[in-house]
Design a protein around this ligand. Structure first.
Ligand code: HSE
Length: 408
């Protein structure tokens, strides 16, 4: 039996307005917004002033409100609101990926302690229904990997730079104007946003709670003209790929730009679209595609969570119950292409397994296997750009590969 829900909404920006509008256009969802908490009371709004408040307690302490929908920018303020809402006996729907990634384990415990649910489909890949699929559809399949394009802004920028020859700065500005980018766009272009989403996805794919600071993220902000030229000459594109996979009792996960072959499922994912490739022992490979950012696409995912609450849905974090807990590791070899301007910024001795290199017009390009930690270290070096090779295979360092490890 569906219950009619009364919502207290925090935030009325791109996603908050999207939710409000999709809720009003969807007759099947039994929910009504009673109050909206906003920061700026002087901003001109089209809705009645009675609907708004600047006091969070007006929502958090109202016993008639059963669901808090949290859609504000500030992740620290959001954390305080969400925690208090659960303690006050309210369900929560949020799309705040940074807050979730940083506090997921605590929210898992708070849900158990207070018997209330926190749902966050909109936090990972916008409109793609991935969290509930990982929880429910794949509850019995042994998932081995999840990877894809988890950030709409960077995919939008890469599409515009590649296909329309727009400058990086121009494309970023447009992504900001369209409301895809974070308030601080460094979170998008440096790969943090995709990492937060990956951390959330890992909890539902493998049952692990990983601290975001333990996960390596490399963004698209240092992609060089040499990388673009190399990609075009080899009929490749560049995508920012978030991935996590299981080998033995270990889980590996990181975010990095990668060269993608034309026939790869990610090659055709353009603009703000996201894609998630899931691989399981029985279902094998499946691809989900949808808009990863924007007012209505994300609003529709939030609405779907509100709808799920009307029939009492809660995540069970089923993968935590299915097998021994896995450990997260960065001890991995990756195959990369490293480009740089000056000679001797990067030496071939830094590779575990050096494959090839060339120099032309003052630019150098080296390809080979590196440890993931070295890959990250090189990405931070001035004038150096790193990118994963296409058809990359990843080798855990714990696998015995003495002939290559000896070369370090
Ligand atoms: N900045 C994010 C993106 C918004 O571009 O994907 C959606 O999470």
């Amino acid at each position: 039996m569906k219950k009619k829900l009364t919502i207290g909404l925090f935030g009325f920006g791109v996603v908050g307005q999207g939710l409000y509008n999709v809720l009003n256009q969807t007759h099947g969802v039994k929910a009504v917004v009673k109050k909206i908490a906003i920061k700026d009371k002087d901003k001109v709004r089209t809705l009645s002033a009675d609907l708004f408040t600047t006091e969070k307690s007006v929502i958090l302490d109202d016993p008639s409100i059963d669901v808090v929908v949290e859609l504000i920018n500030d992740h620290e303020a959001a954390y305080a609101i969400v925690k208090q809402a659960l303690i006050n006996g309210k369900h929560v729907v949020t799309a705040n990926k940074r807050m979730l990634a940083e506090h997921l384990e605590e929210f898992y415990e708070l849900q158990q302690r207070y018997g209330k649910s926190i749902l966050y489909e909109g936090s990972v890949c916008g409109s793609i229904p991935i969290i509930r699929n990982l929880e429910e559809y794949y509850d019995n399949d042994l998932l081995t990997s999840i990877e894809g394009i988890f950030n709409g802004s960077t995919n939008y920028i890469l599409t515009k730079v590649f296909e329309e020859k727009k400058s990086y700065a121009e494309a970023l500005l447009k992504a900001q104007e369209l409301g895809f980018a974070e308030t601080d766009p460094a979170l998008d272009v440096e790969g943090y946003d995709a990492k937060f989403k990956l951390v959330i996805a890992m909890a539902h794919t493998f049952g692990v709670f990983v601290k975001p600071s333990d996960v390596i993220n490399i963004g698209i902000n240092k992609i060089s003209s040499t990388d673009l030229k190399y990609a075009k000459e080899h009929n490749l594109s560049i995508k920012l790929v978030a991935r996590a996979f299981k080998q033995g009792d270990q889980v590996f996960g990181f975010v990095a730009p990668q060269l993608i072959e034309a026939h790869h499922p990610l090659a055709s994912i353009r603009n703000e679209y996201n894609a998630v490739l899931v691989e399981g022992a029985f279902a094998e490979k499946q691809t989900f595609v949808g808009k990863g950012a924007g007012s209505y696409p994300t609003g529709s995912a939030v609405l779907s969570d509100v709808s799920a609450l009307t029939y009492g849905y809660a995540y069970e974090y089923k993968k935590r119950l299915q097998h021994e807990l896995l450990t997260f590791s960065n001890d991995l070899l990756v195959e990369a292409i490293v480009t740089f301007d000056e000679e001797q910024q990067v030496s071939i001795q830094e590779f575990v397994n050096f494959k090839s290199g060339y120099a032309a017009h003052g630019k150098q390009l080296l390809q080979g296997e590196l440890t993931l930690n070295k890959f990250k270290e090189l990405s931070l070096r001035a004038g150096v750009s790193v990118i994963l090779a296409p058809q990359v295979s990843f080798k855990p360092l714990s696998e015995k590969r003495p002939h290559q490890l000896l070369e370090v």
